[in-house]
Design a binder for this molecule. Structure first.
Ligand SMILES: *Cc1c(COP(=O)(O)O)cnc(C)c1O
Length: 413
């Protein structure tokens, strides 16, 4: 499949891998248990010696396996494990690969719920240090003898900060650290973290990859770059497998079988349907985001615009060098925060809703919603002003979006 282009691989992958009756996509397999003619085969599935078999849907179904193959191909990886949500994928990665006494270094600018999860890790005895990861030196200075993993996101939400992805990759390779990159905002349509040396890639399938806002899902992909034989936290049971498989095997066994946040076949199917148009949607929504960012940057009612496709963005060069586009995510500040409610209510097209990477444009005021719990002090430290709005650009016709913002911003004075 890898000999085909990005979208060709997505739309023909199931059929080429083989489906019943020549179906163009893998059907929705609803069986929870899978039976065998010969008990030796059942035993083989349990022991991992019979490849490609299924025994119980908590550990996967043919439908989730087809989606896993798709994500693996999109990320250029060696294997993928899917979960019921992006947060389940992140939680499983941390809890299966880190132990009490270990240390994790992360960017200071990560998804709010991931940041909240760091608090849980600390209660379990995992040390977490967060730094400004736009400079790999800061990550380097945070490394301790017990550091095992570095975690970053490609583009942070809502501030659109971009870490020194390349520099951190080189650092992790040199120090033998697991490098985990959350690729949710960029998606493999804009960026493959494997190119900067990521060991594991996380995608919230709910967002860009599904694109329709009608299914939740998450995925962890192994890029094949990390040497798991040298990683101390692999259980003896999984050491018997080839070194390249050990990390993902432990994530699947502990994270999916034991912890159980499994993706259903129905949701996997809905995500796979959305994924077919991934590249087309991301192109259109990123073009829309850039046009909106340029329009807003020139508008008298707007203060800062945070978008990596603008020359004013601190990591503009990084985005140009690494990403095929600067994504559909942008944030901007209304100079007069007191007018925010009226301006947002006057918008007719953008949906006032949380969520990201949808075909429809979504808008949300940041301080009173997703960063309300964080408190005023944390918001200030993270550069989130009271007038900040986050926009997830959709695939609408750009003239309609610009016209709508033009009329709504008349109320901003
Ligand atoms: C939404 C999001 C997640 C969590 O994904 P869910 O599928 O909503 O659990 C993780 N990381 C990033 C960057 C996200 O935007």
């Amino acid at each position: 499949m890898s000999k085909h282009g990005f979208t060709t691989g997505i739309v023909h992958g199931d059929r080429i891998a083989g489906t019943e009756h020549g179906g163009v996509r893998q059907p929705i397999h609803t069986s929870v248990q899978y039976g065998f003619e010969r008990v030796e085969d059942l035993i083989g599935v349990f022991q991992g010696t019979k490849k490609g078999g299924f025994n119980y849907a908590r550990q996967g179904t043919p439908t989730t396996a087809a989606l896993e193959r798709k994500i693996t191909s999109l990320e250029g990886g060696t294997g993928t494990v899917c979960f019921s949500t992006g947060m389940a994928a992140i939680t499983a990665t941390f809890l299966t690969l880190l132990r009490a006494g270990d240390h994790l270094v992360s960017s200071r600018y990560v998804f709010g719920n991931t940041n909240s999860l760091f608090g849980t890790l600390r209660t379990l005895g995992v040390e977490v240090t967060t730094v400004d990861a736009s400079d790999a030196e800061n990550v380097k200075n945070a490394i301790q003898p017990n550091t095992r993993m570095v975690f970053v996101e490609t583009i942070a939400n809502p501030g659109t900060q971009i870490p020194d992805l390349q520099g951190i990759g080189a650092l992790c390779r040199e120090r033998g650290l697991v490098y985990v990159v959350d690729n949710t905002i960029t998606s493999p349509a804009l960026f493959q973290p494997k190119a900067v040396g990521a060991s594991l890639v996380i995608n919230s399938l709910t967002k860009t990859i599904a694109g329709h806002g009608a299914a939740l899902g998450g995925a962890v992909t192994d890029t094949g770059l990390f040497d798991w034989s040298a990683y101390p936290n692999i259980a003896d049971d999984y050491r018997r497998s080839p070194a390249k498989d050990q990390g993902l095997l432990q994530i699947r066994k502990k994270g999916l079988r034991d912890m159980g946040a499994s993706l259903s076949s129905e949701q996997a199917h809905a995500i796979a349907m959305g994924a077919e148009t991934l590249a087309l949607r991301v192109k259109q929504s990123s073009d829309n985001a850039l046009a909106l960012a340029q329009f807003l940057e020139g508008h008298e009612a707007i203060g800062k615009v945070f978008y990596p496709g603008l020359k004013s963005h601190p990591q503009y060069e990084v985005a140009q060098a690494l990403f095929k586009g600067a994504s559909w995510l942008l944030s901007f500040e209304l100079l007069n925060a007191e007018r925010m409610i009226d301006v947002v209510n006057a918008l007719k097209l953008p949906i006032k809703a949380t969520g990201l990477g949808d075909t429809r444009t979504l808008i949300i005021p940041v301080a009173p919603t997703i960063f309300f719990e964080a408190g005023a002090q944390t918001r200030k430290a993270m550069g989130i002003s009271d007038g900040m709005l986050r926009l997830s650009a959709g695939i609408e016709d750009i003239d309609d979006l610009i016209a709508d913002f033009s009329q709504a911003l008349k109320l901003a004075a």
